[in-house]
Design a protein. Structure first.
Length: 118
């Protein structure tokens, strides 16, 4: 059974930094592209960042480009998302997802809440 478990969310102030983690189990982690998505209150889920199987390439949404870094540790089966200079508009539930070579995001975590106060 595939499990993706996010952690690291919380209540922070604008300008702070946060590092989210997503621990994967039940899949050949190094064979999957990994991604982060988020859903803000009243909005649809949106793409945040993705990373290739070996750590490259990385892709970012314009909304976080320059402030976020996605990384992975294939020995720990974990993907990370570091976001600096957080803004209130970063408030959302953040989800990690896994995609096999076919490219579709096949597995999803339950999400972790990030709330940024102004």
């Amino acid at each position: 059974q595939v499990q993706l478990v996010e952690s690291g969310g919380g209540l922070v102030q604008a300008g702070d930094s946060l590092r989210l983690s997503c621990a994967a189990s039940g899949l050949a982690f190094s064979s999957y592209n990994m991604g982060w998505f988020r859903r803000a209150p009243g909005k649809e889920r949106e793409f945040v960042a993705s990373i290739g199987r070996s750590g490259v390439p990385t892709t970012y949404a314009d909304s976080v480009k320059g402030r976020a870094t996605i990384s992975r540790d294939n020995f720990k089966n974990t993907v990370y998302l570091q976001i600096n200079t957080l803004k209130p508009e970063d408030t959302a539930v953040y989800y990690c997802a896994a995609a096999p070579l076919s490219g579709r995001w096949s597995y999803w975590g339950q999400g972790t809440q990030v709330t940024v106060s102004s």
